[in-house]
Design a protein around this ligand. Structure first.
Ligand SMILES: [Zn+2]
Length: 216
């Protein structure tokens, strides 16, 4: 990844980038790469009993903390409604707005959700990024990561990028622990974070690894 200087992450919820790419983000920033993250929603639906405004505040603070641990530049919340991403994307002209941000940041590489992820919001983000790429005539590379699917069973032919995260795996776990309000949800995901890191690490001959698929 020597030629990469600026990386943009586009994800649905405040913790997705840490689960899918936290070890890689920490590695990139350690090597001097600027990493910026766009988060589509505030994730209000996971706590329907709490006041929206409180959840927003908590989510922003937690992801800023996690981002700080990973060494990322900044995190931007887009405020789209969960379950309605594509609707909001079209209705609120997000393509043009996001393209402005992307053209000013000039990423060499974008990381986003996989089209195979079972979560509909994650797949919606994948579609938005593909749309932005085609209609904005972007030239950067686009890689995808998995959050809710344990392994990519569809065996797509896209080239793989396996990143050794042995040195930054504990930092990824530290960043995950910043999401205190989502303790229970993250606890159920933790075993898959470990399993994937160890599985891909074994295939690569290292302790822990993350895997990405090149789609553009
Ligand atoms: Zn998510």
């Amino acid at each position: 990844m020597d030629d990469v200087k600026r990386v943009l992450i586009i994800c649905a919820h405040s913790d997705d980038q840490v689960i899918g790419a936290g070890g890689t983000i920490a590695r990139l920033t350690r090597e001097g790469v600027l990493v910026r993250t766009f988060i589509c929603s505030f994730g209000e639906q996971s706590h329907p009993h709490l006041k929206k405004i409180d959840i927003r505040k908590t989510r922003v603070l937690e992801s800023q903390k996690a981002n700080h641990i990973l060494g990322g530049k900044d995190v931007l919340f887009l405020g789209m409604r969960e379950g309605h991403f594509l609707e909001d994307y079209n209705r609120l002209h997000w393509r043009a707005k996001l393209l402005r941000h992307i053209h000013s940041f000039k990423p060499d590489r974008i990381f986003t959700h996989s089209v195979d992820d079972p979560h509909p919001d994650h797949r919606a983000v994948h579609k938005m990024v593909q749309d932005i790429y085609v209609n904005g005539a972007l030239k950067c590379e686009v890689y995808t990561f998995d959050v809710w699917n344990l392994f990519n069973i569809r065996k797509r032919r896209s080239p793989k990028l396996v990143v050794d995260i042995s040195q930054t795996f504990t930092r990824k776990l530290d960043a995950l622990s910043a999401f205190r309000s989502q303790k229970i949800a993250l606890f159920t995901l933790l075993w898959s974070v470990y399993t994937k890191a160890i599985y891909y690490g074994l295939r690569r001959g290292v302790r822990y690894a993350e895997i990405f698929y090149k789609v553009r």
